[in-house]
Design a protein around this ligand. Structure first.
Ligand SMILES: Nc1nc2c(ncn2[C@@H]2O[C@H](COP(=O)(O)OP(=O)(O)OP(=O)(O)O)[C@@H](O)[C@H]2O)c(=O)[nH]1
Length: 407
């Protein structure tokens, strides 16, 4: 039960602020209730960010893959918290592609059809359109925290995100977390160099933490590239929604926004998430271990070696949640990691689900990526120099200057 003055609301896990019609009679209750809930802003930048945001909205509309395209018109979102979503893109077609995000939340920042992976152009567009963008955020009210989702490697999202973070941190005092998607390593030198610079800038510009999801690591999902993208996007959406649900739930053992902030402020400012949903009764110890295993994490890391702080949230029917077993497993993790926050949400009739949020002290895979990115930057530099010196071609062209064809 959630206290609301003298009123109590059953915490069934389906409580949905958006389903309450704030007519005159209910408006006071509505506002009071809302003041108890977290206010969360989720922004998706660029194509990758837009698609992940759309997946979050699809899940929030109750949808598996079969969730109808018209759901956004007649359904209300099942966010427990008060969540606002915002998609920003320079490419209008990417915004049109979104099926589950309302039109008012899809904002076209006009510039041709994208910035073609050029971060300098992206930064210039952001600076020119900064006030339009910030007004969109301003209009949505005040928040307890924000997530900004982007790929690290494209042009629009990777250049908008660091500047947006800087602006948000300057104007608001809530934490801003970025969820950053790393590219497939074979996507080319421009994407690699964009990744290296954008992550560095997001850190420098004051993000309160960067949650990493790595396409390269997750590509084993298989199928076509579109199926792989959809699978990765769903994995990310599932984890974000579970986290939001957990932060706004009545718990038997509590983890709250403060704990999340403490976890995210640990380590090197980088984090990742794991998730495991049991589809049958399995020991809770196994469910926790599975949430930390390579197949559940969004980024390649050995959590026992590289993690710095952790938060483990467990949800399920009381009969599956042996406190002794949970404590033994958490102690094993905290022995290696240091501090582990744990939260337990009791939901009758549900098999165990476990979310892990881990900040990283070191990240071998990021070190590897930066080495490859340095090679890519040098390769691009050498190519540019060759073109500049490549006055050979210029010389060849200049030989016919002032001449006319003779027939
Ligand atoms: N996981 C995932 N990655 C994606 C998706 N779409 C694109 N990417 C990755 O995102 C990177 C390209 O970034 P985009 O988000 O497409 O680029 P953008 O920010 O729109 O920038 P421009 O198109 O250059 O203006 C590549 O590494 C892609 O593999 C997606 O739906 N899911």
């Amino acid at each position: 039960m959630q206290p609301l003055g003298s009123i109590y609301i059953e915490d069934t896990g389906n409580t949905d602020i958006n389903r309450i019609t704030p007519d005159r009679k209910n408006v006071e209750i509505f506002l009071k209730w809302r003041s108890f809930l977290l206010n969360i802003l989720i922004i998706g930048n660029g194509q990758c960010g837009n698609r992940i945001l759309d997946s979050i909205n699809r899940h929030a509309l109750g949808g598996g893959k079969s969730c109808g395209k018209l759901a956004r018109f007649y359904s209300t979102q099942r966010f427990k918290s008060h969540v606002e979503t915002l998609a920003l893109n320079t490419a209008i077609n990417d915004l049109k592609e979104m099926k589950f995000t309302k039109a008012k939340d899809r904002i076209h920042i006009e510039h041709l059809h994208g910035v073609g992976a050029n971060r300098n152009v992206g930064k210039q567009v952001f600076e020119e359109k900064k006030e339009i963008i910030m007004r969109q955020i301003e209009d949505r009210g005040n928040f307890d925290m924000a997530f900004v989702i982007t790929s690290a490697s494209g042009g629009t999202g990777s250049s908008f995100t660091p500047l947006l973070v800087k602006e948000m941190k300057k104007r608001y005092n809530y934490p801003v977390y970025c969820l950053v998607v790393l590219p497939f390593r074979e996507e080319g030198t421009l994407y690699l160099q964009n990744t290296a610079f954008s992550i560095q800038e997001i850190r420098q510009n004051g993000a309160d933490g960067i949650i990493l999801a790595d396409n390269q690591y997750l590509k084993n999902i298989g199928g076509s590239i579109q199926e792989a993208y959809d699978g990765i996007n769903d994995m990310i959406a599932e984890r974000i929604l579970f986290l939001l649900d957990a932060l706004d739930s009545e718990m038997m053992m509590v983890t709250d926004l403060g704990d999340f902030q403490t976890v995210m402020s640990g380590g090197a400012g980088l984090a990742t998430m794991g998730f495991f949903r049991a589809d049958k009764e399995i020991p809770i110890k196994t469910a926790i271990q599975n949430s930390l295993s390579p197949s559940s994490l969004l980024f390649s890391t050995d959590v026992y070696e590289e993690a710095s702080r952790a938060m483990i949230v467990i949800k399920g029917d009381r009969k599956y949640l042996s406190i002794d077993d949970i404590s033994t497993e958490i102690e094993k993790l905290s022995g290696a990691v240091g501090h582990v926050f744990k939260g337990i949400i009791v939901r009758s009739g549900e098999y165990p689900q476990v979310l892990s949020v881990l900040t990283l002290e070191t990240a071998r895979e990021m070190e590897n990526l930066y080495s490859v990115a340095v090679q890519a930057i040098n390769q691009e530099k050498a190519k540019k120099q060759r073109v500049e010196e490549g006055s050979k071609m210029e010389k060849a062209f200049s030989q016919i200057e002032g001449m006319e064809p003779e027939y």
